[in-house]
Design a protein around this ligand. Structure first.
Ligand SMILES: Nc1nc2c(ncn2[C@@H]2O[C@H](COP(=O)(O)OP(=O)(O)OP(=O)(O)O)[C@@H](O)[C@H]2O)c(=O)[nH]1
Ligand SMILES: [Mg+2]
Length: 366
């Protein structure tokens, strides 16, 4: 059984069209139920009650005094009887005609099926240029900050299908709207697939998207980062790096402008001091509790990694300036990104590696 969960907030015009199009698409081919989880303040519940009376496949739940798209979907999960669950918006931006193809993918063994506007054949034409920009920013933030979201090109679309096992006994703590991000990070799935689709223009009624939802989204991403240790560590690494820039500037200003030291001397001392402060902060904050043994050894490793990082940074800048003819600002940014990535990966694997180097058993003294 496929349970199609549709959250509604004041969607009275859209509900009948939605049901009709789902029936036209699925009736006779896939066993299904349609579950509306409604928080409306208008007469949508009356429309839903009428629909549920006429159509045995329709059920609805009206939540009194509650709001929130993600929690509405959670309620849908709890009430659903199906082994396969689908979530979609009520305004027909998500075409119901895609449901059979999604269901087929589940039958083929995929755990999670996500229609995407951003794979070849997809299209997000239904949004205004401004909304497109906001949506692009949101996707980039989510995919940059969260490793598990990265393989998905459309994690904010709100249209997906999954096997119940993906969320069974998983504690979900959604905030705001993007329940799919929550599932991508915390869910139990092995195989995920994306299907291209054309995002439609909103049908009827007003949009419920607001600035408040966008702020909630940022908070939600922060919370998910804390729930995934690697992502959180990388964020702390960047924070410490930023603090290093601050330390460097303060020391340089003090030596050069206030004590009148030579520029090169001031820059060298500033770089050394900021490297020390970065090391101490990484040791106590970024990789807290990860470093084994003597701190001096970690400091030497950190120095080596940083020196190589500097070479990588300069190398990238030279190559992109000389060979590719990039603008100096772009070349510098690419260099910083390359060096930073190297530093993180090398320090994570080597300087603060939680595992001791494995010594073969026969070489170990008994
Ligand atoms: N139950 C419930 N549903 C909601 C709530 N807020 C929004 N929805 C529903 O969630 C879906 C998405 O809302 P939309 O207003 O279409 O948001 P959007 O698709 O990001 O924005 P548009 O492109 O302008 O349509 C719709 O089916 C809404 O009715 C809520 O607080 N509770
Ligand atoms: Mg919509």
């Amino acid at each position: 059984l496929l349970s199609i969960i549709i959250p509604t907030f004041n969607e009275r015009q859209n509900v009948p069209v939605m049901i009709e199009r789902i029936d036209q698409t699925l009736l006779g081919s896939v066993p299904y139920e349609i579950l509306f989880v409604d928080d409306s303040t208008d007469d949508t519940p009356c429309v839903l009650a009428e629909m549920a009376r006429k159509n045995p496949r329709v059920r609805f739940f009206h939540r009194m005094g509650e709001r929130g798209l993600a929690t509405a979907v959670m309620r849908g999960f709890a009430e659903a009887r199906g082994e396969v669950l689908a979530v979609m918006d009520a305004d027909l931006q998500h075409p119901p005609e895609l449901l059979p193809q999604m269901f087929q993918a589940i039958e083929q063994g995929y755990d999670l099926v996500i229609p995407s506007r951003f794979v070849p054949g997809g299209d997000d034409g239904g949004l205004s240029p401004m909304r497109k920009l906001v949506s692009f920013g949101a996707r980039m933030i989510g995919r940059t900050c969260l490793t598990k979201v990265r393989p998905c090109t459309d994690p904010t679309g709100g249209f997906f299908m999954l096997r119940r096992t993906v969320i069974e006994n998983v504690e979900l703590h959604p905030l705001g709207w993007k329940i799919l991000m929550e599932i991508l990070v915390r869910g139990r799935y092995k195989q995920m697939v994306e299907i291209p689709y054309r995002f439609q223009r909103r049908l009827g009624d007003r949009s419920k998207m607001s600035l408040r939802e966008q702020i909630q989204y940022i908070r939600h991403v922060g919370r998910l980062m804390k729930a995934s240790p690697e992502d959180w560590r990388f964020f702390k690494f960047l924070l410490v790096g930023l603090s290093g820039v601050g330390v460097n500037l303060v020391v340089f200003t003090f030596l050069f402008h206030m004590l009148g030291q030579r520029e090169l001397t001031a820059a060298t001392v500033a770089a050394t001091v900021s490297m020390f402060s970065n090391f101490l902060l990484h040791d106590r904050f970024t990789w807290r509790g990860m470093g084994r043994g003597i701190q001096w050894i970690r400091l030497i490793k950190y120095g080596l990694v940083s020196s190589l990082g500097l070479m990588i940074q300069v190398g990238i800048i030279c190559i992109s300036l000389e060979w590719w003819g990039w603008h100096s600002l772009m070349a510098n940014l690419a260099g910083i990104a390359g060096g930073t990535l190297w530093n993180y990966i090398a320090n994570n694997r080597w300087t603060w590696s939680a595992q001791e180097w494995a010594v073969p058993a026969k070489m170990r003294k008994s």
